[in-house]
Design a protein around this ligand. Sequence first.
Ligand SMILES: NC(=O)C1=CN([C@@H]2O[C@H](COP(=O)(O)OP(=O)(O)OC[C@H]3O[C@@H](n4cnc5c(N)ncnc54)[C@H](OP(=O)(O)O)[C@@H]3O)[C@@H](O)[C@H]2O)C=CC1
Ligand SMILES: N[C@@H](CCC(=O)N[C@@H](CSC=O)C(=O)NCC(=O)O)C(=O)O
Ligand SMILES: [Zn+2]
Ligand SMILES: [Zn+2]
Length: 451
Amino acid sequence: MRLSLPRIIPALKNGAILFRGKPLTINKSLHNHSTVVLGGKPHIFSKAHLYCSPTFTQVKGLHQNHYNMSSTQGKPITCTAAVAYAAGKPLTVEQIVVDPPKAHEVRIKIEYTAVCHTDAYTLSGIDPEGAFPSILGHEGSGIVESVGEGVTNVKVGDHVIALYTAECGKCKFCKSGKTNLCGSVRATQGKGVMPDGTSRFHNQKGEPLLHFMGCSTFSQYTVVADVSVVAVDPKAPLDSISLLGCGVTTGYGAAIKTANVQKGDTVAVFGAGTVGLSVVQGAKSRGASKIIVVDINNDKKQWSFDFGATDFVNPKEDLKEGETIVQKLIEMTDGGLEYTFDCTGNVKVMRDALEACHKGWGESIIIGVAGAGEEISTRPFQLVTGRVWKGSAFGGIKGRSEMGGLIEDYQNGKLKVDEFITHRRPFTEINDAFEDLHHGDCLRTVLDLAK
Ligand SMILES: NC(=O)C1=CN([C@@H]2O[C@H](COP(=O)(O)OP(=O)(O)OC[C@H]3O[C@@H](n4cnc5c(N)ncnc54)[C@H](OP(=O)(O)O)[C@@H]3O)[C@@H](O)[C@H]2O)C=CC1
Ligand SMILES: N[C@@H](CCC(=O)N[C@@H](CSC=O)C(=O)NCC(=O)O)C(=O)O
Ligand SMILES: [Zn+2]
Ligand SMILES: [Zn+2]
């Protein structure tokens, strides 16, 4: 049962609600502003918090569970989603049905989602794991609507980010201390189903729709495994932090975790999208001495400098006759770079990125995702002579244990996030958001699921 506003207000007026053990008094504008006064200090709660939050620890005559529950709990929800019915076709915005979460699952009311290049990659049909019909989207934030049995890490009303890289803390991978990859749900996630092998989505004809990357944020409601969701500070704006669900975290983490860039290091970043520019800001935060952005699109030049690049090279325009990008970079850095990052997904660029590394110690980190059948190649001599080829998924970040730190970096002004939001659209314009991706003036389009 949802605790309705008319029911909660008399309870508040009677002083019957305790917040962290102290009685709450209501601000007279509670109706409109959701503001309560505690110890003389105003506290602002979102509507969702007022309705659902267990931070309200005691309501006279009501059991705690009552106000932890929503009226939709345990029931299917009909809502709007964007369905990918076939590769290369626009998404269909339609009403779908989202089943309640089963044990160790969480149903989230998605508030905002951005479109990542990987969504376009899968929709294009070149993802070996791409399957249809499905609900794409993996860069999203929202509020927990209900939880299944046994869920302890999040509760109704929590502000959350969906995680395509789960963290169970118990599997071989999680316990290794060597990787952020988690084995707990990855096999079923890759098949587009929940850990029990079934889907929580179906369309109005009753046909099941597949999940995507364990997130499926292109739906007003989604269901994820409990290991694939993290609760965050409710003061962090949900629209901005949706970007921490993928692009920003991936690039920033690749610089500060996977590569672990140190003061004075030289860095080259191939591809100045959200991922590449987030690598740039990670490298800058570590005090890299040179941060060279390589991109074929001059529209990315100013952004590169804004995020901390020291140089910008457009291989289509800035090379001398017969010069390669590898030669240019080696010449600019007295023998090559300490770290290079591919943020394009182009396997030829990946080779250049490796070969631009300094002999003996340079490391190249592949972040870009390449299509089915694509392979990387280089002369083994490149590795024999000390260059290292690595990859990075979700920036090497463990979503449940490390997201809080990234949110703090954002809140303290150390990590730029808002600057990536170049476009905003109502959810119904999702196909235009995919189109935005192909234009040089777009880093991220954030979609508002309420519109
Ligand atoms: N490993 C992981 O965990 C993750 C991987 N990814 C992958 O990372 C990549 C980047 O993602 P995102 O930032 O969202 O993508 P974007 O498309 O926004 O950025 C890619 C950038 O690379 C540029 N580019 C394309 N070809 C070249 C080239 N030959 N040389 C130099 N620059 C080039 C593009 O230019 P233009 O605008 O002209 O096309 C664009 O500016 C994608 O492959 C994505 O799938 C994303 C998130 C997580
Ligand atoms: N499905 C593809 C590979 C896609 C891929 O590499 N995904 C990245 C995240 S991309 C986010 O925008 C990743 O983290 N991969 C690790 C993972 O476990 O999926 C294929 O089959 O090639
Ligand atoms: Zn992504
Ligand atoms: Zn695990």
